[in-house]
Design a protein around this ligand. Structure first.
Ligand code: FES
Length: 143
């Protein structure tokens, strides 16, 4: 029995090993991209969220999670409430409330939204998604 490995056999073994290592590196690199593009598991979260009415102060934005994604509720006038997705309709960044200006600003590309979610400027193609709000005693039911 010969243990001698010929150069073509060695070359074939090395190419096979390099191919396997390359495939592993490719899969490891693609995994974060796949996780980013795949829908979040949190999307299957509860359809209704309760927010204590006292947490929503006129002129301020109260952020919370709705179906695993950021959302915001406002009280534009006493006793009336508006809930919106806090995910920018341009590329999905989370908006921030600008109390002085009375509008939302997207920190990624400068998209601006009114307090009721309408586009005021920048690249967002459509208004923020509106969420249903129901008043239930001291609680606000969203969704
Ligand atoms: S992601 Fe909001 S303006 Fe681009």
């Amino acid at each position: 029995m010969s243990t001698h490995v010929t150069p073509p056999q060695r070359r074939k073994f090395l190419f096979t090993m390099l191919g396997g290592i390359g495939a592993l590196i490719g899969a490891a690199s693609a995994w974060p991209v796949f996780r980013f593009l795949a829908p979040s598991d949190a999307d299957s979260g509860s359809d209704q969220v309760l927010v204590p009415r006292g947490d929503v102060v006129a002129g301020k934005a109260h952020f919370f999670q709705y179906r695993g994604k950021p959302a915001v509720i406002m009280q534009p006038s006493p006793g009336s409430f508006i809930a919106l997705s806090a995910v920018c309709t341009h590329l999905g960044c989370v908006i921030a409330w600008q109390e002085q200006a009375g509008e939302f600003l997207c920190p990624c590309h400068g998209g601006r939204f009114s307090a009721d979610g309408q586009v005021l400027g920048g690249p967002p193609p459509k208004p923020l998604e509106s969420l249903v709000v129901q008043i239930d005693g001291d609680q606000l039911k969203i969704g």
